[in-house]
Design a protein around this ligand. Structure first.
Ligand SMILES: [Zn+2]
Ligand SMILES: [Zn+2]
Length: 409
């Protein structure tokens, strides 16, 4: 009795699961392109793969369903029927002798990621090499955070022949070497003395297989080179040189499970953008860890007499105002620390219980003296200097206590 209830429940459950909308399941829109469907499959099949969720039946079911949804939506005719008549229409179509396109979910997985459909952490599955790329983004993106994308060219399993290398899917075992890829021949060294020599089978070039009609897309090599675009989430405050791993997105081959694609996120050289919001002073800030650095130029008058204001546009366009009142002197090379105007701290580096924190902005003041003056101006300044110098001037040469040239004699 109990068993029967369980059986009924399981049946109901599978009905509920089966009835889940394919588009919703893959997280795509009704008008999703072939590329978007493939992308969704890549992401979800890795997420729900049983090797990654050992013992989790619901993940396993999802993995199967994702493959089913992919199989349906990638086929133009099945997709049309599904769009019009839903799950039931699709079932009828399959029963009515429509082209069956049921793939084993693991087989489908292996057509995307190579190997035999498993991740290769167990069971001695071969794993392809990891791939490393550098992606440069401007400092602005490290400050504001940004959802962007990048494209890499990689080796992918040929989708025209599904990685078989054969146009009609027919792959035969080489009859010369019997599939071993090697041939053993006997060479006579001297009368009655033979040596066995092992050499590569030249009928199949060591592959052990023969294809009558090579795939026209990959020429029988089973793989093609193609660009692939990945999403890149630059998080606020991410450190320069951070490594982001895209699991199983390196070069693919039917002979192995694809390795990981590893992105090194580096900072691009500063460059004023073309859009208004990109034209900020902040573009030229220098970053060290969570702190930012900026050099501000003051004239002699400003440094000495005060009464000036500067508006620095930060990386997100907000303004940091610097100013001195009349009479406030700034010595050359002074460094002013502006709290809270450095980089945002990356969420992984925030102290516990803190939602947001910033480093500081270092402002180094550089004072520029005029090297040319109008004659009249020079005269006026000179006489002011003379007047006040005589009154209370300091003679640095005399008052320093250094020996005069006279003392040296
Ligand atoms: Zn052979
Ligand atoms: Zn091919």
């Amino acid at each position: 009795m109990l068993l029967r209830i369980i059986a009924v429940l399981a049946c109901l459950l599978s009905l509920v699961l089966c009835a889940e909308d394919f588009y919703k399941l893959l997280g795509i829109k009704k008008d999703a392109s072939e590329r978007e469907i493939k992308k969704a499959y890549r992401t979800l099949s890795k997420k729900f793969h049983p090797d990654k969720n050992p013992g989790d039946q619901s993940a396993h079911d999802k993995f199967v369903l994702v493959a089913e949804a992919y199989d349906c939506l990638i086929d133009v005719e099945q997709r049309r029927i599904y769009d019009q008549y839903g799950h039931e229409g699709l079932e009828q179509h399959k029963r009515g002798g429509g082209r069956p396109q049921h793939h084993d979910p693991f087989d489908l997985f292996s057509r995307f990621f190579g190997g035999s459909g498993h991740f290769g952490h167990s069971g001695g599955e071969r794993r392809g090499p990891n791939m490393e790329v550098r992606v440069a983004v401007p400092l602005r993106d490290f400050y504001n955070g940004r959802q962007t994308e990048f494209t890499v060219e990689k080796q992918a399993i040929c989708s025209a022949c599904e990685g078989t290398g054969s146009e009609d899917g027919q792959v035969d075992t080489c009859d010369v070497c019997g599939g071993r890829g090697m041939r053993i021949t006997r060479q006579q060294l001297a009368p009655g003395l033979f040596q066995q020599v092992q050499s590569m089978c030249d009928a199949c070039h060591g592959k052990g297989k023969k294809i009558q009609h090579p795939c026209p897309v990959c020429g029988g090599s089973r793989v093609v080179r193609e660009p692939e675009t990945h999403e890149l989430n630059v998080e606020k405050g991410m450190p320069r040189g951070v490594r982001i791993t895209y699991e199983n997105e390196a070069d693919e081959s039917p002979d192995w499970v694809a390795g990981d694609l590893i992105v090194h996120l580096v900072e691009a050289d500063p460059q004023l953008g073309t859009e208004e919001h990109e034209k900020t002073d902040g573009t030229f800030f220098r970053r060290r860890g969570k702190d930012l650095f900026w050099r501000e130029v003051l004239s002699l008058r400003e440094a000495w007499m005060g009464d000036w204001t500067r508006n620095i546009t930060h990386l997100d366009g907000h303004i940091v105002q610097l100013s001195r009142k009349r009479g406030e002197v700034v010595q050359p090379n002074t460094v002013e620390i502006v709290q809270g105007e450095g980089m945002p701290l990356w969420h992984q580096e925030l102290p516990e219980g803190v939602d947001e924190a910033f480093g500081v902005l270092h402002i180094e003041y550089v004072v520029i003296l005029p090297d040319e003056m109008e004659k009249a101006m020079e005269k006026e300044f000179w006489s002011v200097w003379e007047k006040w110098r005589k009154k209370k001037g300091v003679n640095l040469l005399q008052d320093s206590g250094r020996p005069t040239p006279h003392d040296e004699l």
